[in-house]
Structures are given as structure tokens and as C-alpha cells.
Ligand binder design. Sequence first.
Ligand SMILES: Cc1cc2nc3c(=O)[nH]c(=O)nc-3n(C[C@H](O)[C@H](O)[C@H](O)COP(=O)(O)OP(=O)(O)OC[C@H]3O[C@@H](n4cnc5c(N)ncnc54)[C@H](O)[C@@H]3O)c2cc1C
Length: 327
Amino acid sequence: MKKNIWVIAHHQETEIKPVTFELLNMANTLARQINANVNTVLLGTSVTHLSVRLIGLCDHVYLFEHPLLSEYHYETYQQIFLKTVDKYHPDILLVSSVLRGTDCFPRLAAHFKAHYISGCLDLSFNPQSGHIRYHQAVYEGRSILEGAFKLDRMAVIMTRPHLFAPSMEKGQSETKISPLKISLSPMEFITRRVSSIKTVPLSLGEALVVVAGGRGMQSAGGFKLLWELAHRLHGAVGATKAAVDAGWCEHRFQIGQTGSLISPEIYIACGISGSIHHLAGIQGAKTIIAINQDPNAPIFKHSDFGIVGNVFEVIPKLIQVIDSLGD
Ligand SMILES: Cc1cc2nc3c(=O)[nH]c(=O)nc-3n(C[C@H](O)[C@H](O)[C@H](O)COP(=O)(O)OP(=O)(O)OC[C@H]3O[C@@H](n4cnc5c(N)ncnc54)[C@H](O)[C@@H]3O)c2cc1C
């Protein structure tokens, strides 16, 4: 029987996030090798209008709309995916690590005794052995592990954004769109969300450009400069532990061993020395630019471009140049 790869779509109310197209590229590439269908799940309060963006990119789009999905709650997602797996028996669930739900997928894998691969970098089929081979980033990206599994049971696979080109080409000639045939009731949940804090528009994991600050930014006021630069570059702001510990930023902005692992196209380190704990979080960054007044700062050894200078002089000049370029 044909195998089924399920991609969990990531979206905002008005648009499908690029990471979904990256997952579809990965799914379609593997599907061609193992002769599988690619199905996409779209969850939300009102997502039907988004399904059109997925036409031609997968075999089937399954929609699930429910008022309980207005806010993320892991119990809700857990219920949805438990029921979906029970009903549809996907062979592979492909998820991005920036998707809401990263907390529910390891649990899901454990529940179904599935293969579970986090930090997956690629997937390919070996027809000789019948195994699916993968590379996986471990120890905060300091090591790459090579592994293989047989599709004798479900596999839950989590990848990071920006590893694959987004799939925008039409692959499938026909894409079916239908509702996910499961039900959801508030009675099934033990906890209820009372309120939620405002989140930043762009998450660190998704951003193509990350402007991060360290102790060299000197204060929460100094970080405002980073927000201004990030805003102009359509990027997100990150921080070192030192800046977070000083109270200039919330912990959710921390990058590194005990913070987020990111893989943006461009990473700009401002007033950051480049400790191993911080570098652990930026292994996936494609281009690293450092601004530091100390020419011997370790960050320069790990940077593609370096500016030796005072952040309070360099960043305003960068902002000025960007502004002079216009839109
Ligand atoms: C178990 C453990 C886990 C950790 N996890 C993390 C983690 O997840 N993430 C993390 O970031 N750290 C982590 N740390 C802390 C880490 O070891 C470093 O202490 C921290 O990263 C240093 O932050 P920093 O670069 O902002 O500060 P510093 O090391 O103090 O560097 C500040 C830099 O700013 C430069 N500077 C100062 N003023 C200016 C200026 N005006 N213009 C330009 N440059 C200037 C200085 O030359 C210096 O290089 C962890 C530590 C431990 C022990």
C-alpha cells in the first residue's frame, strides 16, 4: 500500500508561513523516492481560504477549523494529533521546530511508540536496505549524527527552518481538499487558558535575519537600537544570556545552549563576545556578521564579516544607510 507523509502546516491568519513550503519540498522529495502520498494538515479557527496556496504542492489538504484553536494549547494539539493518527495512520509526520506544538510531538511519538527524530537535517531512501537515512543535529548542533530507520511504524520528524528551499512548484496535478474527520470538545481538556502574553510578530526560529545583542549593548535602552535595526531588516531580535540575566530582554529571546537554536540567513552579533554557550545556538546561521569594539573578541573567529567599532556608533550608521536606500 502507498505510504503517507503528513506535513503540519504553519500559518498566520492571512498567510501560510514559508517553513510549510520548505517541509513540503522535503516531503515531496522523499515521497518520490518511496512512492508516497503527501498530505498537509491545516489547523486553525478559519483556515479554508489558505488551502488554495497548497494546491499542486501535495496530494491532499486536510482542514480542521475549531474555535478552540484561537490560541495554542498543547492539550488541544495533542488531542487533535492523537485522533488524527488513530484515524488516518500516517507513516511519517513532518513538523517544523518553529511550529506551535513542538511540545506535543515528542509525547505523540512516545504514545504511538513511533520513531522520533528531532533536529533532522535531511531524509533519503536507500532502496538496497529499505531504510530511510537521515542526518540529525545533536548537542546543540555541535555534532551531526547519521541514522536510519525502517518505516515499520510511524516516524515523527522535526526539522529546523531554512534547511530546504521552499517548494513553490506545482508537483501534484490534483490536490484534494477535505475536512479532517475528527471531533474536539472542551470537556476533553484538563486545563483552560486564562490569559496569554503578547508575543513578538516574528519568532526567532523563523526569522531570516536575526539581530542579537549582548552585554556590549549596556542597557534595555541600548536594545532599542537592535529593535530599530531588526525592524528595518524585517528580522527578529535575540540576546545573549548575559543580556537576559541583566534584565534587558526576556528569556524567550535568548540564543544559545540554554536558549533557542537558530538558523537564519543572516545573524548580526552586536556587543557579543562569542562564548561557546552562545555559539552553540547559531551553528545553523548562514552568514554571521559581528560588531564588537574589541578586535580580539572570539566572535570574529566565527564570523563571515566583522566590524571593529562601538555598537552605538556603528548601528545608527547602518540604520541611516538602510533608510537612505528606501524600500
Ligand atoms: C551552563 C551555561 C549555559 C549558558 N547558556 C548560554 C546561552 O544559552 N546563551 C548565551 O548567550 N550564553 C550562555 N551562557 C553564558 C556564556 O558563557 C557567556 O557568559 C555569555 O554568552 C556572554 O554574553 P555576552 O557576549 O553578551 O557578554 P560578554 O562576554 O561580556 O561580551 C560582551 C562583548 O561586548 C563587547 N562590547 C562592550 N561594549 C561594546 C560597545 N560599546 N561596542 C561594541 N562592542 C562592545 C565586548 O568587547 C565583549 O566582547 C551560559 C553559561 C553557562 C555556564
